[in-house]
Design a protein around this ligand. Structure first.
Ligand SMILES: Cc1cc2nc3c(=O)[nH]c(=O)nc-3n(C[C@H](O)[C@H](O)[C@H](O)COP(=O)(O)OP(=O)(O)OC[C@H]3O[C@@H](n4cnc5c(N)ncnc54)[C@H](O)[C@@H]3O)c2cc1C
Length: 633
């Protein structure tokens, strides 16, 4: 055991890069769009070009690669739409719609400078190679990207191409994420330095590349993306991003710190900048600096006018810091997209007893489970869920064998996943959050955390397929934040407080009047507020009088939430007490943990032990907390 632990610690300190399993991606059945035909550039030779490769940085302001390249000669501003990227399981049509709107605007911004954005479809290396053959490439410029496994592998291919042809590839950081970080010590200071650097202006002008066809921007159907209706989706493009920033800092953010946790208020009170940061229509640095400028303006005002703004802005800036803190984890350990950070945590779910997973119908009347519920507007179901995720559920209580403790079989894993993903688990607040996410592409932090927590803890599902469903639906999908958060909430990092959110208490706390529930679960319209968060408590006679048929109009809960939480807590505890768990957790903390708390790994562990004991007794207080309570850095 000791030897195994030592080996695992070595792997944490120096993880293998992706193995082939991790890299392997299932290619959808859709046909790929044909690559842009060659020759793809204008007919006239223009001499060696500086290529500025736009990725998730769709802006000209605070874009260092663009400014620096423009000082050296003619610039080809290039964006390559990669069909293979868009066929991945974490990509969706809503992502593309947001991105395409950003591209349109970027194209016109660049056109005003003299040379519009050139869009080509195909594999980046092939597009670059065609440019090299036709014109020669003096330099390749881009921002550093901490993307998913696929983009990581693609960047390695581009790097190999550049080296083979002796072309310098200048990759410039755009966030506070540090490449090849040797130690987390001092990371927060380095983040500060990056964020305080002056913003980079757009170039005054770009030399026009005559005869060069900018190329069409493909549609979602060109890319064979599955239909993904999202009527409440935010619009892409820098103008939208700037307007959001302005309205948040001047008005909407006044009660941010108080209102960010409830889905009733968060849509208006949160900044809603995440998709713009993920697609780079705004730079993180400009957002940090705008917030600080606003803070300075406020300091000049009398206290009464400042009101609660200083607190709101502090909370906001803290989260901007988290943005990079989380992406840094993926940068330093790319396989966390695929594997549990703590090797002993991976098995938490499949090896547990599944006592809590009986189909739960407290009144004994199980009835027919309702089909997909009526939903407001035309939101639809979004892309198919279980077909894409099914392979990831293999061996995962699909049949109940192996994990059953003889206390009842619940719905299969794929059925649980589908019910969760479609918002019909029978747990009203969970379903309302999921349906709102499907329709809007956004959800506030706490509700995201609750969704994944319920999936992994109450419904006993593995984090990766659940994370994929969410990734496609979050317009702001940012792999570094997303996978770190999914693992954190699923309890597989080994170093974070584990929160088993109580979905009923969350609803009662954050939607006490049931406004959000009634909006997204119209089938509960007849249920009085007293029973709205737990429709199973409605007495049968009252239900009959009100015309509400539980199990027909709205499904019975697929788990007993209290039993499921208890079972989850027990198995998580059992894991954490295994030999070697703490040593591995220390190594993970050393590598990825925040230094803001000023705690060394073992000190944190010691502190956590006390908290663990206290927290364990605080059951059902909205969230059950276990493990190390380390604040983020
Ligand atoms: C399971 C799960 C998955 C998530 N996936 C993503 C994701 O793919 N992309 C994403 O941007 N955020 C993700 N988050 C973090 C957070 O929920 C969103 O950043 C936030 O809700 C976005 O809304 P906003 O822009 O109004 O944020 P605000 O509250 O206004 O915060 C401002 C910015 O700070 C950053 N930020 C805020 N909260 C966090 C956080 N907890 N961790 C890291 N950065 C944060 C974001 O860039 C955000 O835009 C995830 C959270 C969970 C629990």
């Amino acid at each position: 055991m000791a030897r195994q632990t030592a080996k695992a610690i070595r792997e944490i300190a120096c993880p293998l890069k992706y193995d082939n399993d991790c890299k392997r991606r299932r290619i959808g059945s859709a046909q790929a769009i044909a690559p842009s035909p060659a020759p793809w550039l204008g007919s006239r030779a223009m001499g060696p070009l500086q290529i500025v490769w736009f990725k998730r940085d769709l802006r000209t302001a605070d874009h260092r690669p663009l400014l620096q390249a423009s000082r050296l000669g003619p610039v080809l501003p290039l964006l390559v739409v990669e069909p293979e990227f868009w066929r991945q399981d974490d990509a969706s049509a809503r992502h593309w719609a947001f991105c395409a709107e950003g591209l349109e605007e970027l194209r016109s911004e660049l056109a005003q400078l003299g040379q519009p954005l050139v869009v080509r479809v195909g594999a980046v290396e092939e597009v670059l190679e065609r440019a090299r053959r036709q014109f020669g490439v003096a330099g390749l410029w881009s921002h550093e990207e901490t993307g998913n496994g696929w983009t990581y592998a693609r960047d390695r291919r581009v790097g190999a191409w550049a080296r083979e042809h002796g072309i310098p590839w200048h990759e410039i950081p755009q966030f506070g994420v540090i490449r090849r970080l040797a130690s987390r010590d001092g990371w927060a200071r380095r983040w500060e330095v990056r964020m305080a650097e002056p913003l980079t202006p757009a170039p005054a002008s770009l030399l026009p590349l005559e005869g060069l066809d900018p190329g069409p921007i493909p549609t979602a159907s060109d890319l064979a993306l599955a239909p993904d209706p999202c009527p409440g989706r935010q619009k892409g493009g820098r103008r939208e991003g700037l307007a959001l920033l302005e309205s948040f800092l001047q008005k909407r953010g006044a009660r941010y710190h108080r209102e960010l946790s409830s889905p009733v208020t968060a849509f208006g009170s949160c900044s809603r900048l995440s998709a713009h940061l993920a697609w780079g229509t705004l730079s993180l640095r400009e957002v940090v600096q705008a917030s600080r400028l606003r803070g300075a303006d406020l300091r000049a005002l009398p206290a009464i006018e400042r009101a609660e703004w200083p607190r709101a802005l502090r909370g906001f800036e803290e989260r901007l810091h988290w943005h990079c803190h989380f992406i840094q984890k993926l940068e330093s350990q790319p396989d966390l997209e695929f594997r549990a950070l703590h090797p002993l945590s991976e098995a938490v779910t499949p090896l547990c007893p599944r006592a809590a997973l009986e189909v739960w119908a407290p009144e004994g009347a199980k009835g027919e489970a309702a089909g997909p519920s009526a939903r407001p507007g035309d939101q639809g179901k979004g892309p198919a869920v279980t077909e894409r995720e099914k392979p990831l559920l293999q061996g995962w209580s699909e049949t109940g064998e192996g994990i059953d403790a003889g206390q009842g079989f619940g719905p299969k894993a794929s059925e649980r996943l589908t019910a969760w993903a479609e918002g019909r688990t029978g747990l009203p607040f969970v379903d309302a959050c999921m349906r709102s996410l499907i329709a809007n592409g956004w959800l506030n932090f706490r509700m995201r955390a609750m969704l994944i927590s319920v999936a992994c803890h109450h419904l006993e599902l593995p984090w990766r397929p659940c994370g994929l469903v969410l990734a496609r639906r979050f317009l702001d999908y940012e792999p570094g934040i997303h996978w770190s958060q999914c693992q954190m909430q699923a309890g597989t990092t080994g170093i974070n407080t584990i929160r088993i959110y109580n979905p009923i208490k969350q609803g009662q706390d954050h939607d006490p009047q049931g406004l959000f529930l009634r909006r997204w679960l119209p089938e509960l319209a007849a249920v009085p507020l007293l029973h709205l968060h737990e429709p199973w408590t409605l007495p049968a006679l009252t239900a009959e009088r009100l015309g509400f048929r539980h199990g027909v109009d709205y499904p019975h809960p697929i788990v007993d939430p209290a039993r499921a939480a208890r079972a989850a807590r027990e198995r998580l505890w059992a894991r954490r007490q295994e030999r070697g768990f703490s040593e591995l957790a220390d190594a993970i903390q050393q590598k990825h943990g925040s230094r803001r708390s000023g705690l060394a790994a073992s000190a944190g562990r010691a502190r956590g032990t006390g908290r663990r004991r206290r927290a364990a007794s605080a059951l059902n207080n909205g969230a059950i907390q276990l493990g190390l309570d380390l604040t983020l850095g």
